[in-house]
Design a protein around this ligand. Structure first.
Ligand code: ADP
Ligand code: MG
Length: 315
């Protein structure tokens, strides 16, 4: 009889980390409880997380710093991404260790892997950047940034101007074998933060791309590449819904891939929030037999794993 542990990639959303440094310090305590709960249920876990607010803080700080010292040398977005992975990894490593110890459990080896995700240079997303990042600018500041720094700037819903960057599709997790080796050795690995640092292959060189990735799509690629049993997207809602926010809203317990694809075509899921999650679930569920994707509330992770709540997506 084998009692093989179920391999699961979890994707943590914004609510798992908060928006500021003190918020993150508090939020990771709740997040660590959810993660250790899942491990106590017998899952072998890999943790992926978003990094929007964190990379935003770092990017703004580095831009201000360059301005302060009157340097034209800006920190590339890819480097800001690496910094954010290390920062989030540090807080998670620390609070996870504490949660294991609080439960009188010996913590497994816990480590963060700075992760690069390869994207295609000819991904169509690069021709039409859409993802706003950084602080708001006046028209004048936007014109200056476009000229001096070569930024692409767009007006953001009447609130001012912002830099926009591309959000290409994740193609390959560069550090996959390191992640797999550590997992196979019993480690709890935190990786692919913010979907990974987007890089473009140029011969032997991996060049940081001016782009941001969707962490849910990268988590699905990682789950597929690790031959995981589950992709579990933990967010701020218990389930995905159709007619979301309308009087006839209906929470979904289960979707087949075909149903999920149909709902996507109907525009049931908001682009930029629920749509990429459902798309990630579809990608993973389609990638092999017996693969189940789940979406649920961070605080109810254990209940969702026991099928008491959450939305599941499978073939
Ligand atoms: P995360 O930070 O976890 O990636 P997002 O805010 O990007 O979270 O996406 C999750 C949010 O998507 C939910 O909190 C909910 O407000 C919103 N949402 C949009 N459409 C739907 C839908 N059809 N069903 C459920 N939630 C939806
Ligand atoms: Mg999101």
């Amino acid at each position: 009889m084998t009692n093989k542990k179920k391999r699961m990639v979890i994707a943590l959303g914004g609510n798992a980390l908060g928006n500021t440094l003190p918020e993150q310090m508090q939020a990771v305590k709740i997040t660590s409880k959810a993660i250790v709960d899942l491990m106590e249920e017998g899952c072998e876990l890999v943790i992926v997380h978003g990094n929007g607010p964190q990379v935003g803080i770092i990017n703004n700080a580095m831009t201000d710093y360059a301005h302060h010292i009157q340097s034209t040398c800006l920190t590339p977005l890819s480097v800001c991404g690496a910094m954010s992975q290390a920062y989030v990894g540090y807080d998670l490593q620390n609070s996870l260790r504490e949660e294991f110890l609080n439960r009188q459990l010996t913590p497994p080896p816990i480590a963060t892997i700075i992760t690069q995700t390869r994207v295609d240079a000819d991904d169509p997303a690069f021709t039409e950047p859409t993802k706003p990042i950084g602080t708001f600018m006046t028209k004048e500041e936007a014109r200056e940034a476009a000229g001096e720094r070569g930024w692409i700037v767009k007006e953001d819903a009447g609130r001012g101007y912002r830099r926009v960057v591309a959000s290409p599709k994740p193609k390959e997790i560069i550090e996959l074998s390191a992640i797999r080796a550590m997992m196979n050795d019993g480690a709890l690995v935190i990786c692919t933060g913010g979907g990974g640092i987007p890089v473009i292959s140029e011969g032997n060189h991996l060049a940081g791309a001016v782009a941001v990735l969707d962490k849910d799509l990268s988590a699905a690629l990682l789950a597929e590449s690790l031959d995981a049993d589950y992709l579990f997207i933990l967010t701020a809602v218990e389930k995905a819904a159709v007619n979301f926010g309308k009087p006839d809203q209906k929470w979904l317990d289960h979707m087949t891939v075909a149903e999920a694809e149909q709902y996507c075509r109907e525009g049931q899921f908001a682009p930029g929030s629920m749509l990429p999650k459902v798309q990630a679930c579809i990608n993973f569920a389609k990638s092999g037999k017996g693969r189940t994707a789940m979406i649920s509330l961070l605080e109810k992770a254990k209940e969702a794993l026991r099928n008491e709540t959450g939305t599941t997506i499978s073939l």
